[in-house]
Design a protein around this ligand. Sequence first.
Ligand code: DC
Length: 226
Amino acid sequence: MNYISIAIDGPSGAGKSTLARQAAAALGYLYVDTGAIYRTVALSAVRLGIDPGDAARLIPTLEQLDIRLEYDPGDGLQHMYLNGEDVTTQIRLHEISQHASRVSAIPEVRAFLLELQRDLARKNNVIMDGRDIGTVVLPDADVKIFLTASAQARATRRHLELQQRGQQTDFDTVLRDIITRDEQDSNRPVAPLRQAEDSVLLDTTELDLDQSLDALLTVIKKELAQ
Ligand code: DC
C-alpha cells in the first residue's frame, strides 16, 4: 500500500508543530514531530555530561542510544522515550532547544536518525515537520510546505507558549535565541534549513491560529487534488 506523506519545514516558532498536529488530526494522519527526536538526542548528551556540540564524544554514544516514539492511545500525542523513560516534558525545556540545534548540526546524528524518520513514512500516512523533511528525509513527499513567519511574530508566540508552561524567560532572550537558532539551522553544512524548490510557501505572520490552520488545510487539499 502506498502511503501519503506531507512534509512541513520552517524555522522555529513558525507554528509548525501546533498546526501540523491539528492538520494531521483533521486528516486522520500520523503526526511526526522530528524536532522532538533531535531534542531527545540533546537531552541524552546533557545527561551523559557531554557538550551537545562535541561530536567526537557524542557520536560513539549513538549506538547505545535507545530512542522511541510512541503515540498515546488516549490523546494520540507523540511521546518520546529515552532509554525507556518518557522524556516528553523534559525535552521542551528552553535550554534543550539550543542544545538540539547544536546536536542537529552533527552529520552522524542526522544520518543516525534518517531511517527512523523514513520508516514512519513508509508505514503510515504522515504529516512530518522539521527542517529538512522536504529536502532530505522525504524528497518525494506528496505535499511540501514551507511554513514561516517573521522572527518578531515567532518570538511573540514562543514567549507566550513558555509563559503558559510556567517557564519564565524574557521576550528579548526568546527573540535572540530564535535568531541564533535560525542562523545555526540555516547555515550548517549538512541538511540546512531551506525551502524546497517544489514546496508551497505559507507565511503566517499576519494570521492567527485558526486562519493558519485553514490556510494549511487549503494548501494540502489543493496539492493532493493535483
Ligand atoms: O522543531 P524544534 O524546535 O523542536 O527543533 C529543535 C532543533 O532540532 C532545531 O533547532 C533544529 C533541529 N531539527 C533539525 O535539524 N531537523 C529537523 N528535521 C528537526 C529539527
